[in-house]
Design a protein around this ligand. Sequence first.
Ligand SMILES: [Zn+2]
Length: 325
Amino acid sequence: MFFVWGLDHIGAIELGERWKYSGPIFDAHTHIGAINEIEAMIKIEDEYGIKKQLGIVHDVEGFKEAKERYGDRFVFAKYLSLKDIAQFNVEPVLAQIETLLVEGFKVAKTWFGPRWRDWHSVAEGFRVDHPRLAPIYEALVERDIPFIIHIGDPDTYYGNQYKDSAKYGTKEAHLTELENLLKTYPGLRFQIPHFAAQPEIHRLPHLTEWMEKYPNFVMDTASSRWMARELSKDTEKSREFIIRYQNRILFGTDLFARKSDDLPYYDGRYVAQRVLFETREHGTPLPFNDADTENTGGTFINGLDLPDKVLRKLYWENAQSFYDA
Ligand SMILES: [Zn+2]
């Protein structure tokens, strides 16, 4: 793999010296499919120090085998039925929650990226904070099951893919629905992916308000592209934010085992986040294509050079304690 070095690196630097952190990594956001894909994924992850991972299950057989073969490497998340939730069809979802823990899952997952409206028939007036969905959230609280909920997408998507806001809604409205859930269920432990959908520098003050008001959520850094693109735009603000909330941010990649034969795919995602969090590099090109900036000059990473103690929390300790793994 060819690395492009930042301008402040002078002379030859050995590969290993690029990273500050050499401890174990817990990837708090991966998707897992069939067992052969999981095996290939693990082989690649081994090269990057991934010792544990949150696996969002997409294949029941793969899940069963992974549970047997890999024991406590995985914390498994169960996908709640979106097609039922979309219709306020609460009963089947409650049945899923009922058996979640005994089946070997620890976490529940839902996904309401605006695109979900292209795939599911969504009831008129649907909102994630709709009172008709309350029994679902209450059941999770009752069993102390952590809950992953994705609702907002990058600002760039609202500008290019979701222009039809009558269909998809607006980012502000999506964040408000999510905030209502945080407020209504203080006993529910939320994992909000993608920096709570607010890594854009102009959103950090709002995210700070959430962090202060709602101690019931952590967030992950999934989507290397989104994180690298936005957090690099003002390294001082990003660094200060992460240090301040160092106990509530979990490293995650959003990798999917389906792409297991595609080494550069994995490689680029890990490298991008490690450059971002660990180095002082400046203007390092994102090691893969960013469709959202390809016509405007590309995406460049500016490193945040986080302290060792913060890296250990981000990469390992916070996930361990959040999942009680
Ligand atoms: Zn994901």
